[in-house]
Design a protein around this ligand. Sequence first.
Ligand SMILES: *[C@@H]1O[C@H](CO)[C@@H](O)[C@H](O)[C@H]1NC(C)=O
Ligand SMILES: *[C@@H]1O[C@H](CO)[C@@H](O)[C@H](O)[C@H]1NC(C)=O
Ligand SMILES: *[C@@H]1O[C@H](CO)[C@@H](O)[C@H](O)[C@H]1NC(C)=O
Length: 687
Amino acid sequence: MGTKVATTLCLCFAFYTRHVKTQEYYRMGTNTNSGEAMQFLREYDREASGMCYRVTMAQWKFVTNITEHNRRPMMDELALSSKFERLSWRKAVAYDASRVSDPLARRQLTKILQSSRASLPDDKFSELQQLIAEMKEIYNSAKICPYRQKPFDPHIPRVYSDLTNQGYTLANQPYQHYQPYTETSEYSQYCNMQLDPEISRILAHSRIESELLYVWKNFREQTGPKLRNRYMRYVQLVNQAAVNAGFRDAGEQMRAAYEDQSFRASVEEVYNQVVPLYKQLFTYVRRRLFQRYGDAALRPDGPIPAHLLGNMWAQNWKSIMDLVMPFPQSPNVDVTSEMLRKGFTPLRMFQMAEEFYTSMGLKPVPPEFWRGSMLARPQQLSVQCTASAWDFCNRIDYRIKQCTEVTMQDLVSTHHEMAHIQYYLQYADQPQLFRDGANPAFHEAVANAATLSVYNLVHLQRVGLYQNKSNDPYEVSINFLMTMALEKVAYLPFAFMVDQWRWWVFEEGVENMNKRWWQMKLRYQGVIPPVPRTEGDFDPGSKYHIISDQEYIKYFLATILEFQVFEQLCHAAGQGGLLHECDVYRSRDAGRLLSDIMQPGSSKSASDIIRTMTRGKTNRISPEALVRYFRPLELWLRVQNREEPLVGWNTSPRDLALFSHSTDSATTQLLSHSLLYLSLIANVMFY
Ligand SMILES: *[C@@H]1O[C@H](CO)[C@@H](O)[C@H](O)[C@H]1NC(C)=O
Ligand SMILES: *[C@@H]1O[C@H](CO)[C@@H](O)[C@H](O)[C@H]1NC(C)=O
Ligand SMILES: *[C@@H]1O[C@H](CO)[C@@H](O)[C@H](O)[C@H]1NC(C)=O
C-alpha cells in the first residue's frame, strides 16, 4: 500500500511548481478556489485541535505517571497525529496558496506546507521517524563508569573530587559522592552514570582536570560513534523531504519559519554585534582558569579546552562562578534561605508567579490549572521532572509540570513557566495554527523577558525576599551581572554555531562533519577539544537537539530577543534606569505591551510584532538591549583585561591538529580493521 501512495505522490509533484515569485519556497497546487480553501481550513482547525488535545492528554498522563500501561496510548495517539499531519499536508498542497484571497487563510496554508516532512513517501517517512526514535533511545541510555573506579581493576586508587572550594553552590544540586567500589558490585549496577544528573554534576562541580576530561571523553564515546551512521542516513532523508516540499535542502526548510529572505545574513549580523562582549568575558574567564589549572591545561592567549567550563558543551558557564567571581567577599544573590525562613511552599510560589502577571493587568489562570497541574514531585509515582508548561488545545485546560523545590532557582522557573501559560491564554482565541509564538524564538524570549524582571535585585527587594544590607551595591551588582553573563553571554556563540554546522551539513554533505564541528567551535566559541578527535567520534552527537531533530537557532535568537522585549517593557513601565535593575511588576502599561506581543500568536509575522513593540522604530531582532544590559559588567571586564596580551584567542597549529586529521574512507577502514584485530588480541590477553 505504501508504495502505491508514494508513486502517485511522486507523479503529482511533476505538476507542482517551486513558487519563487514572492520568495516563499514551498510547493503548491493549482486549486485557486478560496471558498474551498477556507472550508478545508475550518475543518482542519477543528480536527487539529481535537487531535492536539488527545495527544497532549496522553503525553501528560505518561510523563506524570511513567508506566508501560500509559506509554502505549501515547504512542498510539502520536501515530494517529502523524497520520493526520500527512493527510492534511496532501490536502493543503492541492491549493495555490498564493492566490487564496484571504491573507490569514493564505498564512495558515503556508504554515501547513512549510513545516512538514509529509512530502516523503510512506516507507521513507516511517524510516525517518524510526531513525530519530532510535537516536534518542541511544542518547538517553548512554551510561559511563565512575571515574577511576573501574569494576575490573579495583586496585587503582580512587580519587574523589575536592569540594573545598565551594564558595558557590548551585541551589538544590548537591554534589553526590558515589558509592565506593566493592568486590560484589556488578558492572551493570555500577557503570550507570548518566548525563543527567551524575555527569552534569561532575562537570559543574569537580575541579580535578583529569576527572573532567574523563567524563567529557567517555560520554562522547557512548554517544557519537553509535549515532554517526544513523545521522548520515537522517541527513539524506530530511533533505529529500525538503526537496520534495520545494526547498533546496532541510536547512532552508528550517529557516522558512523565520519569514526573512536574508535570514542567514541577519543572524550573522546579530552575532557579530555580540562578539566584542563575548571576547571580554572569554578573556577574563580564561585568565581565571589559567590561574586554577595552569599551563599544562591551557595557554594564556589560546582557546579554552572545552571540558573546563562547567558544562558538557561549554554552553553555560554558571557552574564555574566560584572560579571567576568578581568580588568573592560580596555575597551572591540567593534568596533560598529567606524563602525557607518565610515558610514558602510550591503552591505559594505559583500563586506569587500568577500575581506577578495579574499585577500587570494580565489574565489569572483558570481553575482547571490548579486542579490539573503537577506542582511538586508526587509520592510513589515515577515522573519526568523537567519543568514545562502545557496547552491542551481546548481553550480550557492549561497546566504546569514542575517538581518544585523551595529555592530561588525554582521560583524563577515558576515565573518562567507561568509566562508560557500567559502566552497560551492570550492567544487562545486564534485558530490552532496561530496558537504559537510569532516565530520559533518568541515563546522562550517572552518568558525569559518576564523572568529578567523577577531574578532582579530590585524585584526581590520589593517582594520582601532580599534585604539590601551593608554590602557594597556596586560589588553585588557586578557579581549578579557576572552570573547572568555566564549563563546568557557565554551561551550565544554556542547557540549560534549549532545550526551553522547543521545547515552546512544539509548543504554540503556529511564528509568531515566532525572536523567542521570543531572548526566552528573554535571559530565562534574559542574552545578546543581536550584530546584529539577524528571523524569516527562524531561529537555533534553529544548534543541532544542535533540527534533529536530539533532546530537550535531559535535559542540564539530567543536569548537576544528576551533583552529587546524586556527593554521595551521597561520603557513602557516608564523606567529609565539601569536595565538590570528594571522591574515591571505592577505596571499596567508593561502588561498592555506584553499582551500586544502575545495576543496575535503567530497570526502576524515576527517583524510586524517587533515593529508594534518598538512603536515603529525597527522590525528586526537586535542585540542592542542585551549589550546595554551588560554594559556595567563590560566596563568592569575591560579594566580587568587591560593587561592581557590578547582579548580573544590565538589559534596555534597544535590547536588545529587536534581535529584536522581528515579521514578518507580507505584509511578509516584500515584503521578500524587493525583496531578490531588489536581488540581481539587484547581480549585474549586480558580477559
Ligand atoms: C498511574 O497509571 C496507572 C496505569 O498504569 C493507573 O492505574 C494509576 O491509577 C495511575 N496513577 C495516578 C495517580 O494517576
Ligand atoms: C542598597 O542600598 C544602598 C544604600 O544603602 C543604595 O545606594 C543602593 O541603591 C541599594 N541597592 C539596591 C539594589 O537597591
Ligand atoms: C523591515 O522594514 C524594512 C524597511 O523599513 C523593509 O524593507 C523590510 O522588508 C522589513 N522586513 C520585514 C521582514 O518585514
